[in-house]
Write a protein that binds this ligand. Structure first.
Ligand SMILES: [Zn+2]
Length: 367
């Protein structure tokens, strides 16, 4: 029983302690409410000399190193100017390496917007520095679009043969870093028009004045232009970049070749349909060598349709004499397609290579 009484006293003491603690808290609360507090300092209040500028400084907490703070690069002037009214070119993270490759202010140039709001996509999208992307966009908007308008059409697509690519010049191992490795270059093979026609910049079949206009436009906008005739690496595309050189030196190397003749001048003209029958018949693949072959009667030439294809490989000497001269080719109907021509090497092969006929059958000499 003693133990029960003692326990009851202890419990009462505990209750007393709680009551006095609660009373103390209430009293402190009443005292806090009674003290007038200063108004919070406005955010734009001027700093008082000697006043700590931040809680970190106040508590002598060392400032966080800059490297640990999230880097928020300010948009470049180019980035601010390359709006969605000019190009669809979302910003990309900076490219670092490997080696000296890479760069910052990178964009993914997906399309150029023309003045009429129509889009000219780059196929595929190009990874470029903002300055290079902006130059390409202005070239398409200002020059390519104008050339297309002169031709009565509009540009609908720009071919991207290569943009960012970490490599040496001309893909030569050990060569100096290409501007492609700095995301500062674009290779273009051609443009597509709204008609669906693909216009190659380097194909001789493309009208020469169109190629010359393109040449003048790119050499005015880019500091490096390499095309056919420059170094042997740019016969099927044109390289454009914005490399900076001392004294503002620029390179514009692109030979706009003459258009190829529709008929190669060294080839003889087609044998006219109305030409008289050949005096000497062609040989079959199983024919004997020339020396042993009996001459076929001139009045019974084999019909052309029944001749094996290999028989057409080499015309006889009499054909060479009978073939019209190149000067006469102008009289041939221009609409005659080359595809109508049989698989037949020209007699000038024999003229230029008299050794080729020695000791061989006529049809086997060209293999
Ligand atoms: Zn290139």
């Amino acid at each position: 029983m003693q133990s029960e009484k003692g326990f009851g006293v202890a419990r009462n003491r505990a209750g007393l302690v709680w009551c006095s603690a609660a009373a103390g808290v209430l009293a402190a609360g009443a005292a806090w409410a009674a003290v007038p507090m200063p108004k919070p300092r406005p955010a734009d209040a001027p700093l008082v000399q000697g006043e700590p500028q931040s809680r970190a400084e106040e508590k002598n907490i060392p400032a966080q190193p800059a490297a640990q703070q999230p880097a928020v690069p300010q948009p470049s002037a180019c980035r601010l100017a390359l709006t969605e009214e000019i190009a669809i070119a979302p910003s990309q993270p900076a490219i670092t390496g490997p080696g000296a490759c890479g760069g910052d202010d990178i964009v993914r140039l997906e399309a150029v917007l023309l003045a009429d709001k129509s889009r000219v996509p780059l196929k595929p999208a190009a990874t470029l520095r903002c300055n290079m992307a902006a130059a390409v966009a202005q070239w398409v908007r200002g020059d390519v679009a104008a050339i297309a308008t002169e031709l009565g059409t509009r540009v609908s697509e720009l071919d991207n043969f290569d943009s960012f690519d970490c490599r040496g010049r001309n893909r030569v191992a050990g060569a100096r870093l290409s501007e492609h490795g700095r995301a500062n270059a674009l290779d273009v093979r051609g443009v597509k028009f709204a008609s669906g026609q693909f216009v190659s910049l380097t194909d001789r079949a493309t009208a020469r004045d169109v190629r010359e206009k393109i040449l003048r436009s790119v050499c005015a906008r880019f500091t490096t232009v390499l095309g056919p005739g420059s170094d042997g690496y740019h016969e099927d595309h044109v390289h454009l970049d914005l490399a900076e050189r001392r004294g503002g030196y620029r390179i514009c190397q692109w030979d706009v070749w003459e258009a190829m003749p529709r008929i190669a001048p060294l080839l003889p003209a087609l044998r006219p349909d109305e030409a008289p029958p050949r005096e000497v018949a062609e040989r079959t693949p199983q024919a004997e060598p020339v020396e042993a072959a009996p001459a076929m009667p001139a009045q019974a030439p084999a019909p052309a349709a029944q001749k094996p294809a290999t028989n057409e490989l080499r015309p006889s000497v009499s054909d060479q004499k009978a073939a019209p001269s190149p000067a006469k080719s102008a009289e041939q109907p221009a609409k005659k397609k080359r595809s109508a021509r049989p698989a037949q090497p020209s007699p000038w092969w024999d003229v230029l290579n008299p050794q080729s006929k020695k000791g061989t059958g006529v049809s086997g000499a060209f293999r």
